[in-house]
Design a protein around this ligand. Structure first.
Ligand code: KG4
Ligand code: ZN
Length: 375
């Protein structure tokens, strides 16, 4: 449940100091951020403890291992973030934490830590949608006013959204099966490139020929902005099976796969740009790519060109803020606090939490479970 404060009850106008906590997947992270408005943001600390080594033997994130690691690390990471920021707990304006979507054990660990702090310090709690953190992440580096078209590409999500305002999203397209990051991770696993897959595929791709292996471009030319990556993943597995399984094959398949994903993301985003322009007319000027896969340099280059050819400005968070971090959670929390939207201490962790709930309900991207649309 969200409480709306009047302006007089806001802690200190628009000069806010927020601690953010992130624990929805396999990074335990905390950050302290100063917020003086949506175009005036200063990161005072950003600490990230990766669990890559713990999950690497399994070639993917193991939820039980992740939950235990978050529980063990979270207090120390928060303390470190406070120490580095040089700020006292008492000077905080609020405490923000990812409260979904994500792996429920991890989300509960971070949210509980935030609730404990908010209660002990008597500060507002901000329950943040992890995807909204990614959506606002370009603002960690530079001003990026609403509205903007967002391509959100991570390990769990691939979506195109019109970001109309804080908490106000219109979904224009979405994957009907795997997320793009998942396709990177599974392709890497098939070829034995290591975990996490994305950065390893990118390294191998740099040594290969992107035209050497023929791979599909799912949904190309279709009159909507949805994606499909399952066929691409299967095609990579077949190409690997049929190859000599040498280092050259790893490089060539990685390069061809990375080119195919970039082609698909760019072509589908082109469709969404037209939809976004229909929605916003002259205000349709900005395009943002965010989420872990946005760290891919070939993809960034490709999307920069696409934005230019559509007369739009290109925005992307700095590489280190593409993958999961707590600065984006502190930022989304601060924006909520500035808007007077705080949460009750009883707020629940939500494994599923689409940004555009109406669209997700009407047309769930990847299935509909007991608890509602998955995405
Ligand atoms: O946003 P994120 O850290 O976590 C989720 O919210 O899912 O995204 C992680 C995903 C993983 O699938 C990872 O392989 C992918 O982002 N990724 C990349 C790169 N760096 C991370 N994919 C392609 N190229 C990269 N350089
Ligand atoms: Zn993420």
């Amino acid at each position: 449940m969200t409480t709306n404060f009047s302006d007089e009850t806001l802690p200190s106008g628009q000069d806010l100091l927020v601690l953010g906590i992130e624990s929805s997947c396999d990074e335990t992270a905390a950050s302290v951020l100063r917020y003086r408005g949506e175009d005036d943001v200063e990161i005072l600390s950003s600490i990230i403890a990766s669990q890559d080594e713990a999950h690497a033997p399994f070639g993917g994130v193991v939820p039980e291992i992740a939950a235990r690691a978050h529980m063990q690390k979270i207090d120390g990471i928060v303390e470190q973030a406070m120490d580095v920021s040089g700020m006292s707990y008492e000077s905080l304006s609020g405490v923000a934490a990812t409260s979904g979507p994500g792996l429920i054990g991890g989300v509960i660990s971070g949210l509980l830590a935030a609730k404990g702090l908010a209660l002990a310090l008597d500060k507002p709690l901000l329950a943040v949608n992890h995807l909204e953190g990614h959506a606002l992440s370009p603002r960690l580096a530079e001003p990026c006013p609403f509205p903007y078209l967002l391509l959100l590409v991570s390990g769990g999500h691939t979506q195109l959204l019109s970001v109309n305002g804080l908490g106000d999203y219109t979904r224009l397209g979405s994957t009907v099966d795997d997320a793009a990051g998942e396709a990177f991770d599974k392709s890497a696993k098939v070829m034995g490139l290591g975990f996490p897959g994305g950065p390893n595929v990118e390294k191998w791709a740099a040594k290969g020929d992107p035209k050497s292996v023929k791979l599909p471009r799912p949904f190309k030319g279709r009159d909507h902005a949805d994606f499909s990556f399952a066929g691409l993943k299967t095609a990579v597995a077949r190409a690997w099976e049929a190859s000599e399984q040498t280092d050259k094959a790893k490089a060539d398949i990685s390069a061809s796969f990375q080119r195919a994903v970039s082609d698909v993301l760019a072509e589908r985003t082109g469709k969404a740009m037209a939809m976004f322009k229909d929605m916003h007319g002259e205000d349709a000027k900005r395009f943002v790519v965010a989420g872990g896969v946005a760290a891919n340099k070939a993809l960034r280059e490709r999307l920069t060109q696409l934005a230019i050819s559509n007369g739009m400005s290109f925005f992307a968070p700095p590489l280190k803020f593409c993958t999961d971090n707590a600065a984006m959670i502190a930022l989304a929390g601060a924006a909520k606090l500035a808007a007077g939207q705080t949460d009750e201490l009883g707020v629940k962790a939500r494994p599923r939490w689409p940004l555009d709930n109406a669209a997700a309900k009407a047309n769930p991207a990847s299935g509909y479970g007991k608890k509602g649309p998955k995405s």
